[in-house]
Design a protein around this ligand. Sequence first.
Ligand code: DGY
Length: 322
Amino acid sequence: MTKKKILLTRRWPETVEQRLSADYDATLNTDDVPMGTEAIGAALNDYDAVCPTVSDKLPASMFTGNHRAQILGNFGVGFNHIDIAAATGAGLTVTNTPGVLTDCTADTALTLMLMLARRAGEGERELRAGSWTGWRPTHMMGTRLRGKVLGIVGMGRIGIATAKRAHAAFGMKIVYYNLVDVPEEHIADMGALRMDTVEDVLKASDVVSLHIPGGGDNTHLMNAERLALIGPDGMLINTARGDVIDQTALIAALKDGKIGGAGLDVFEGEPDVPAELIAMENTVLLPHLGSATRETREDMGNMVADNLDAFFAGKPVPNPVS
Ligand code: DGY
């Protein structure tokens, strides 16, 4: 039987590329240069499956004609880079990779939180610059996390995993905002307190961590007014999507001392990061590393492969996005 033709738009973990190359007529992007929207659009006519990821853009204009491709196997849980309505409207099945990156993304949120609270980036920069003059009682004092209030905006899988870690490891109190009810068994052992509005969470928290999808109504959810509610000692952590924060407003809030600091793993307009954010000492900036462990990236790739296998075997896909 002829193998189905599939395209991976970026380099994937080797074990997954090997699996897919054995089972499919797979085109790999061995140079790992982003393909661009036009080339991905053209690929829809040449391949049975196109497997994009978060660094690609698949707008509605890509899904206007009749395509050979029947499925988009997205490498990633977030899918705001794909116009889902247009893709599914054009008859494509779209799948994603939920669950397998929960722990690693929560770990990254905690990494940012600790680095920011304990001024770890700033300290490392000082030491590497040869400017450290030795221990002294008032040197680079940060903020103790124990007993502080962590506000979670978006209490889904990753929000819950972040809250659990912060509560268990640092004794943080948890408040949260979520659109829908969160099953009691997920939050009972933390004594997490649900709040009626995002604003309530911002006002009640010492640290706010965002765990909501990007795009749509969440675009610029964290605007100038809401950022100011976090307060001059408050910290904002974002491992979700860059566009959920109005980045210009964030820069102004940090400059004006309206919020204490920001730990960011995601940015508007990635991979560009404004020079102003880079120049600030009260920011911790990571290059979208949330899911970046070997184990998780392999799990993500294998999940895409499982979805393709099911689809081409005529079975329901395990992780449909609609
Ligand atoms: C995702 O999967 O959406 C992440 O942002 C990439 O790890």
